[in-house]
Design a protein around this ligand. Structure first.
Ligand code: CO
Length: 151
């Protein structure tokens, strides 16, 4: 396992689109584990997308405190409702903003073994899934947020 450097602020890679992963192999599994370790090494990191560590592949890890979720090629296949809550990002430390997100989502993805999975998220998990999947399309929350605050 290895800690990876988290790209921040104006780093151009944060606004690039990530490519589909074509094979879930050992290289991908090592990267996912390194992303988890990197996320856990931060203060309040709840999620991390591969572009945030400089790799333009569609990989996301999430841990809201009840277990690590590793997603390959995640895609929102259903959403419902709306929330408008504050969020932050490991790539924009000290900045918070409110973003319109669905209240519930269903995401399809591959897991680290290459099996198709679907996961449901509501509330904070839905917000996190949307935030991380946005990263894969080069969308960062500071560009879509209202009421940005610094602290
Ligand atoms: Co983020």
């Amino acid at each position: 396992m290895a800690l990876l450097k988290i790209r921040t602020f104006k780093d151009a890679i944060l606004r690039k689109k990530c490519k589909q992963v074509t094979a879930v192999d050992d290289k991908v599994r090592v990267l996912l584990n390194d992303m988890v370790e990197t996320m856990h090494n931060t203060q309040n990191g709840a999620g991390l997308a591969a572009c945030q560590v400089g790799i333009l592949r569609r990989l996301v890890v999430i841990d809201l405190g009840d277990g690590v979720i590793k997603l390959v090629n995640p895609k929102i296949i259903y959403s419902e409702g709306e929330q408008f809550e504050f969020e932050g990002c490991l790539s924009f430390p000290g900045i918070w903003g409110r973003v319109h997100r669905p209240e519930k989502v269903i995401v399809s993805a591959l897991n680290e073994n290459g099996d198709e999975i679907t996961i449901q998220g509501a509330g904070f998990m839905a917000k996190c899934l949307c935030h991380e999947i946005d990263h894969l399309d080069g969308i960062v929350f500071v560009d879509v947020a209202s009421e940005l605050i610094k602290n």
